[in-house]
Design a protein around this ligand. Structure first.
Ligand code: PMV
Length: 310
């Protein structure tokens, strides 16, 4: 296999339904194509096996050494699934997706690696098989992931997702614009998901009620998007944010950015992903995108980006 293979996967944004999706409610998520993880595979030293380097993460591991590492686990799962022996190769991972910030960096890195390795071995995986494999890795990272990250990242299309069901790709009537603001606070999803689980175990009826209310507005959001009534998404985002606050996954920093976006002219805003840090999103009209971005920067956002959902 003396050749070079490159493959990539985008980040993702959860529009509506994070956390409730772990408990069987629907969620809507879209790929974030401005940010990507990339894996480049080239032939390595004969007899040395597979080595994975991720410069941004300061990682350099062989398959044998790194059995517990997510990247090594991804490679091992690909080899097992394809029934292929370990190749003598080098995999270089690069990612522009900030880690632990709700944009799916872990799933995107795994997806890029698995996709590239399968192509390198001459047995490409289709998106569904890739998604299943990345889900196995997500379970190690997250504990009880819903599967939404791997699904939207591997399919690279907007999805309406219910745990345990085939993902439904959905289409927008009209594109809409989001501004994404990063609190700069790393917040591992595994921890927020664990905290919600503990709270749900203490007060199941209360939390089931929150999750159901979120489910209702996710369905309303899908209907609005498919009908081209994008302006309806703003108030739905605000309602989803209020419920996420009640669930306990918001934070003062997130709420500061959410408020700044609203004051700056956004139609609605909410945290996105695991919460307690990471990113928030704001729905804007295209001519307000600049103003809202500036408002977020002024309010202390570490990174701000504008993306259009098609
Ligand atoms: O923080 P992220 O981008 O990994 O999103 C997590 C989404 C949750 O609903 C909180 C967890 C899950 O597995 O769906």
């Amino acid at each position: 296999m003396p050749r070079i293979v490159e493959a990539s996967a985008p980040g993702k944004i959860i529009l509506f339904g994070e956390h409730a999706v772990v408990y069987g409610q629907p969620a809507l998520a879209v790929p974030l194509t401005a940010l990507r993880a990339t894996a480049l595979i080239s032939p390595g030293v004969p007899g040395d096996g597979l080595r994975i380097r991720a410069q941004d993460l300061n990682v350099s591991i062989s398959l044998a050494e790194g059995a517990a590492h997510g990247l090594a686990l991804t490679a091992r799962l690909v080899l097992d699934r394809l029934g292929a022996p370990e190749p003598d190769a080098e995999i270089a991972i690069r990612s522009t997706i900030p880690i632990a910030s709700g944009l799916g960096s872990g799933a995107a890195v795994s997806a890029a690696l698995a996709r590239a390795l399968a192509i390198y071995l001459g047995q490409p995986l289709d998106n569904a098989a890739l998604s299943d494999l990345v889900y196995e890795v997500e379970k190690v990272h997250h504990g009880t992931p819903s599967g939404i990250d791997n699904t939207v990242i591997c399919h690279a299309e907007p999805v309406y997702f219910i745990k345990g069901q085939p993902p439904q790709v959905f289409h927008t009537q009209h594109p809409f614009t989001l501004v994404v603001g990063d609190t700069g606070i790393a917040s591992p999803t595994r921890e927020t998901v664990g905290a919600v689980r503990a709270a749900w175990q203490r007060e199941p009826a209360l939390y089931n009620g929150y999750f159901e209310q979120i489910g209702v507005l996710v369905r309303e959001a899908r209907t609005a998007i498919e009908a081209g009534k994008n302006e309806r998404l703003g108030p739905l985002m605000d309602r989803n944010q209020a419920l996420l606050e009640q669930i306990g996954v918001s934070s003062p920093e997130l709420e500061h950015l959410v408020q700044a976006a609203r004051d700056g002219g956004a139609l609605g805003a909410k945290l996105s992903g695991g919460g307690r840090g990471g990113n928030m999103i704001a729905l804007v009209t295209p001519d307000h995108a600049g103003e809202v971005s500036q408002a977020l920067r002024d309010a202390g956002a570490r990174h701000v980006l504008i993306t259009t959902v098609h």
